[in-house]
Design a binder for this molecule. Structure first.
Ligand code: 13P
Length: 253
């Protein structure tokens, strides 16, 4: 099993253009020469184009935090997959828990976004995860299975090779409360098994599953050592270049 680690920063609604520029120049120095893993930054929309230019020719890639499914039209405030591809963005986060819970995105909308992103050649990172209430009532497995089957509905086997899944328990996001190692490994195993049911064994085996939810330099090494964890999707601790660089170099912590 040789899944390449992916360390991704989700900046959420933080940073101005000049803050992005100074981050990038510091960060590139801190991660230079690290080529055995994928490093991804997902800034806000106003930083996207400039970040693509700044990172052109480097080993750090750029992702968007959201996308709409239509190419163009009367959809005030939305950004299309065509527009992301046009400025050189290669990946996009879809169905983040903040999109689901604050902006009421449902599995059907998320599924449309997944299909559209794939058809435009974008690598989608599908985020799934249970709420505290769902976990406490023993529904975690059911919730993850439902979010996967609905979110990935209608994808062909070859599409399934293009995706990344991020497990982000809602109760661990931005709370400082990380899931336990057992909870993380169990959820990731459930996700891989479900993908195996939906696609082929080798596709499930090669699928990268990221963990997100209060990942920090102090806990990333242990999280990354879990069998079915292939990377991290990091919010708060990705906002400082030193902190995210430490996460990227997880085995040195
Ligand atoms: P935190 O790392 O701030 O908990 O956020 C996780 C997250 O939502 C990444 O997408």
């Amino acid at each position: 099993m040789m899944r390449r680690p992916l360390l991704a920063a989700n900046w959420k609604m933080y940073k101005t253009l000049s803050e992005m520029e100074s981050y990038v120049s510091a960060f590139l120095g801190l991660v230079s020469g690290i080529t055995d893993r994928d490093i991804m930054l997902a800034p806000n929309y106003t930083c996207l184009g400039d970040m693509v230019s700044l990172l052109d020719g480097t080993h750090v890639v750029v992702a968007a935090q959201n996308v709409f499914y239509e190419e163009e039209g009367a959809f005030t405030g939305e950004i299309s997959p065509l527009m992301l591809v046009d400025i050189g963005v290669g990946s996009v986060i879809i169905g983040h828990s903040e999109r689901r819970h604050i902006f009421h995105e449902d599995d059907e909308l998320i599924n449309r976004k997944m299909k559209s992103a794939i058809s435009h050649g974008l690598c989608p990172i599908l985020c799934i995860g249970e709420t505290l209430e769902e976990r406490e009532s023993g529904e975690t497995t059911k919730v993850l299975a439902r979010q996967l089957s609905r979110g990935l509905k209608g994808l062909r086997e070859r599409d399934m090779k293009e995706i990344v899944v991020a497990y982000e328990p809602v109760w661990a996001i931005g709370t400082g409360r990380t899931a336990t190692m057992d909870q993380i490994q169990e959820a990731h195993r459930v996700i891989r098994e479900r993908i195996q049911d939906m696609a082929r064994e080798d596709i499930a085996e090669n699928l990268r599953i990221l963990y997100g939810g209060s990942v920090k330099p102090v806990n990333v090494k242990e999280i990354m050592s879990l069998e079915d964890v292939d990377g991290a999707l990091v919010g708060g601790a990705s906002l400082e270049p030193e902190s995210f660089a430490q996460i990227v170099r997880f085995e040195e912590n």
